[in-house]
Design a protein around this ligand. Sequence first.
Ligand SMILES: Nc1ncnc2c1ncn2[C@@H]1O[C@H](COP(=O)(O)OP(=O)(O)O)[C@@H](O)[C@H]1O
Ligand SMILES: [Mg+2]
Length: 300
Amino acid sequence: MNAFAAEAAKKGLSGSGAATKPSKEKEPLDIRDHGDVSGYETIGVPFVDDAKMSARNVNVFYAEKQAIIDVSLDIGRNEVLAMIGPSGCGKSTFLRSLNRMNDIIPICKVKGQITLDGVDIYESDQDTVLLRARVGMVFQKPNPFPKSIYENVAYGPRIHGLAHSKAEMDEIVVNSLRRAGLFDEVKDQLDKPGTGLSGGQQQRLCIARAIAVSPEVILMDEPCSALDPIASARIEELIDELKENYTIAIVTHSMQQAARVSQRTAYFHLGKLIEVGDTKDIFTIPRHQLTENYITGRFG
Ligand SMILES: Nc1ncnc2c1ncn2[C@@H]1O[C@H](COP(=O)(O)OP(=O)(O)O)[C@@H](O)[C@H]1O
Ligand SMILES: [Mg+2]
């Protein structure tokens, strides 16, 4: 038990019970008063038997500033892992380190080891374009290319030479749109601009675009935060279907969403992985005081 948890236990604060109580009568907490996380060890088991990706002792820096502190975490094959935590705790930074998207930020340095199927993705001979096809990404704000719906999806397969004929490309585009649950809505307007779709449709188009290159892992960074509840629900259903074929890591600020879509949840706080475990346990019997404070809404 770490110092904070020990102190909390003395006060009778730690463990189950209190987590489910409404927090209204409690004072909101200022996250800055919980700024020293240096002594904390991750609570829960960050490792799984069948890991698709594994991070070991990962530290990420933006110039001198450390954004991720010694994080070790597996993402299991065909699981949905949710990453939650207060704004600025490093969720996006950690997610981007899983497909080397941080490489494009010059001041950003990633230390430690991250493997995909046991192979280090930071090896110098790793082709990052290929890596990002295997580990695709969907962003917070839907970002279709200023091209037709068809071309948005065909773009990746074309660069990677995945289709050898127009018919093969058509098949990839149609299948990807189907898997993203968008085909029926757009089948008569494939030549229309992707940017003309609604927000929810644009996000499903971006998912179709990610799927089109047959990724193995899909990283999603708050994919529903710009969407209305109905469009979000559609994406959540889709995530549930996609996990049959893909490994998914999703950052979300919605705890309800994390609870609905994921099997495991990781709670980050100021760059540290504080607690990880089965989603239902994290939300019903959080073990760390910080996790409990977060899920009961005490960090504003
Ligand atoms: N491109 C960047 N340059 C410098 N600092 C950054 C950059 N991106 C993120 N950070 C810093 O890293 C920390 C973690 O940020 P981020 O990963 O975006 O957190 P989250 O996604 O949990 O909100 C924050 O302190 C943020 O200011
Ligand atoms: Mg973020």
